[in-house]
Write a protein that binds this ligand. Structure first.
Ligand code: NAP
Length: 501
């Protein structure tokens, strides 16, 4: 069940938001009384409610805003119980001072904003023994992939059949965010979500509509298969949006989670992922090469490009693929009129690739496979040289890119990416009528480089098509089924437009 936290400054607004949530069918709401600007008036807030509420008055030390003294807080909590609140959140250290009364249930909570303590079971046992809980809440802060998986293990143990009281386990912050979604799989009684995207009441908390509609939280169960993306940073990844929509569209019991995995921790993540039923992963910056030693079976492209962007876990094997190279080659080929039988319009064309990073090598590999004559330029010439020798193509100095005579230019650097939208990796003087100009950057969809290409009579090819293509190929690998490229295109365009509004 999703518990929506309402945290606003006025009683009137809190009452109206509570009523709105009840109408929407939300089944549990947390009232964060510490956010109210005036002394909370339970006589106004609790009567006539149409949905059960948890009354919470969080202290500053636990991430709250309560500004009156502790005695007033205790009085408020006791009053909430006497007034018949459905649940009251009581921090474990004060539980002995707030007696049980009537039908009000006790959520006994523990918060740690610094770390994930090593003795989570001991913490829970102590609460069970001393604090008379109906529900236990343990909210801690994972600092590493190891902490995240320890939290998942604890969540499973703490809610295994036969445990005396259920435990809500929350991993705070970006690293812990997956616990807020996957708890449902392991039987936690509810997860917290925020009422508004603008009001972040706890680190890593999700907007309730994202959780409900995007991740289909209420339909997650023990059988739900887990997919996701590993990256750092992760916050702006659009992959969860598109893969969850594609899973929903195909009515599959699968969920796709953004996992922030810090640099150097990808190998540990791959080892532990099957423990939480992860069946497939998208892999992006900075892990595309780092995951390779953990693969037991790999597509030859992964070895040649030295980059893996898709992982499948099947029984004891870990398969690695690269869908970037196929997607980029296909979208450029399509823009050039498409293949005629075995003959690709890319064959024999001179191609200048700008950037020898993960995208540059994948695009180069795909175009070489299509018979293109590829030259790579990178501002770090050693990287261009290394990539060219790996892939069996040419390279040139970064400055030489300007005068290079070519049919296709492919930008595979991050130059021109939002917010630096007025940048281009190559000037208009190098673009000629009749050329094809591909830009791997897809945010914005129409980059400055693509606009220059259009002005000069060249054909612009957006990286959005590559992104859609690689996502469709990944979906195929994840599920064995096709998905709708036009649905993904529409979702991405909407999300990119909203990110700038
Ligand atoms: P990466 O491995 O980190 O490589 C980044 C590349 O950009 C390197 O070649 C780097 O040069 C170059 N670069 C960065 N800033 C530069 C600057 N100011 N001037 C010149 N070159 C600069 O990243 P990646 O995975 O290849 O991604 C590159 C871009 O492609 C990103 O914008 C990413 O979003 C996009 N991409 C798109 C898709 C898609 O589906 N459309 C897929 C993958 C990536 P150095 O080597 O000198 O550092």
């Amino acid at each position: 069940m999703i518990c929506v936290s309402i945290a606003c400054g006025s009683h009137k607004r809190m009452i109206s938001e509570l009523a709105g949530l009840a109408e929407e069918g939300i089944r549990l709401v947390e009232l964060r009384l510490d956010f109210l600007r005036k002394m909370p008036d339970l006589g106004r807030l609790l009567p006539n409610r149409k949905v059960p509420v948890i009354v919470t008055v969080r202290r500053k030390q636990d991430g709250g805003l309560w500004s009156y003294d502790e005695e007033k807080r205790m009085v408020l909590l006791r009053t909430a119980i006497i007034s018949g609140a459905d649940y009251v959140d009581i921090e474990s250290d004060i539980a002995a001072k707030i007696p049980r009364y009537g039908k009000t249930k006790r959520v006994i909570s523990y918060h740690n904003f610094e770390k994930t303590p090593s003795d989570l079971d001991a913490l829970r046992d102590e609460i069970l023994k001393t604090a008379d809980p109906d529900i236990i809440k343990i909210a801690v802060t994972p600092k590493s992939v190891g902490d995240l998986f320890r939290l998942f293990d604890f969540m499973k143990r703490a809610n295994a059949p036969g445990t005396p009281k259920p435990t809500v386990v929350v991993g705070m912050g970006e690293l812990g965010m997956p616990t807020r979604i996957l708890g449902k799989k392991y039987g936690i009684p509810f997860t917290y979500a925020t009422f508004s995207q603008q009001r972040i009441v706890a680190p890593g908390i999700l907007y309730y509509k994202t959780l409900r509609d995007g991740y289909r939280y209420e339909s997650i169960n023990a059988e739900t298969e887990v997919y996701g993306v590993i990256a750092d940073p992760i916050a702006h990844s659009l992959s969860p949006l598109i893969h969850n929509a594609a899973f929903a569209n195909a009515k599959l019991n699968k969920v796709y989670i953004p996992f922030r995995v810090p640099s150097g921790e990808a190998a540990e993540f791959i080892e532990k992922a099957p423990g939480i039923d992860v069946r497939g992963l998208s892999v992006t910056i900075p892990h595309k090469s780092a995951v390779i030693p953990k693969l037991t079976r790999l597509d030859p492209a992964v070895e040649e490009i030295d980059a893996c962007n898709t992982i499948l876990f099947r029984s004891d094997a870990v398969f690695g693929y690269n869908t970037d190279y196929l997607a980029s080659a296909l979208c450029i080929e399509t823009a050039m009129g498409g293949a005629q039988g075995d003959s690709s319009p890319i064959a024999g064309k001179q191609i200048l690739i700008l950037g020898a990073g993960g995208a540059g090598k994948a695009v180069a590999y795909g175009l070489i496979k299509k018979g293109g004559r590829v030259t790579i330029a990178d501002r770090t010439v050693e990287k261009a040289e290394k990539a060219a020798s790996q892939l069996g193509c040419s390279y040139c100095d970064w400055d030489a890119r300007k005068s290079y005579v070519t049919n296709i230019i492919a930008n595979c650097t991050s130059v021109g990416m939002y917010p630096d939208v007025d940048q281009t990796p190559i000037g208009p003087e190098s673009i000629r009528n009749g050329m094809y100009v591909f830009d791997a950057v897809y945010n914005p969809e129409q980059t400055y480089l693509l606009r220059l290409a259009k002005q000069k009579g060249a054909t612009p090819i957006s990286g959005l098509e590559m992104f859609i293509g690689q996502a469709c190929l990944q979906f195929r690998l994840f599920t064995g089924e096709k998905t709708s490229a036009s649905m993904i295109r529409a979702l991405l365009k909407e999300a990119l437009a909203m990110s700038k509004s």
